[in-house]
Design a protein around this ligand. Sequence first.
Ligand code: SF4
Ligand code: SF4
Length: 261
Amino acid sequence: MRNPQRGILCAGCPHRAAYLALKEATRRKRGRVICGNAGCTAVGEVHPAAATCPGGMDALLPRYNQAVPTGGTVDEPAAPVCVHVAADLEVAADDAAERFAGLAAEGEITLFAVMASSRRFLARDAVEELGQRVLGLGADTVVVLDPFDAIRCAEVLGSLLETPGVHGVIFASPCAQLQRGEGANEPVEIDRYTCVACHRCFQITACPALSFAPPVYQVDPDACAGCDLCCNYCRTQVIYSPRSRMGVEEKSRARYAAAQR
Ligand code: SF4
Ligand code: SF4
């Protein structure tokens, strides 16, 4: 797999999948705010498409680069929905209590979304400990989600967004750069004879492994990390994955196994 370019989420980045899940769930919510600092140059601030679109970052950044709200008073009411994105290591750090003080004042409904992708959080018990940490920081509930499981993410996030309070959501999937195991990253393929060049796969995911080679889209097999995210968005279903017979849990296990080799 190639190294990422600065400002672009890597091919197969689990943060991209988590962001898409959050945006899908919150897009029709009035007064939503997405904020945070998840460490990577792009995560926490930028729409995935903005990172690869010249000029797009400038146009879209103000919309997504929101300061963390400190409302909750008569003068400064809390946002109806605040999605506060944080990196796992930020949440585990000694100064986390100070850094995340006031989560409850950020929104009537606050999703405290923690990206658990680094090497330290590859084991299940480490993720569970992180969940306890999230509760200790003021979340009323905590749930662990595979960001690539779009259906479950939609169900769970939709339900959390109906309930006022602070909800911890841990998006657990290993960083794409840790998945070096053989066979874990077999690329997807686009059928060049049936792709209708609708641009949807790229416009939604902004995956750097996808590119337009007129008249159709193509996948760079050296760059594709085999996350299968783009397959979810091709309405004509012409992106073929070698993992099409695997369930979401099996795929998740394969990603963790590849990261631990
Ligand atoms: S499967 Fe699709 S979204 Fe995932 S890395 Fe490959 S081209 Fe990108
Ligand atoms: S979403 Fe599917 S049909 Fe549209 S450009 Fe991508 S591969 Fe082609």
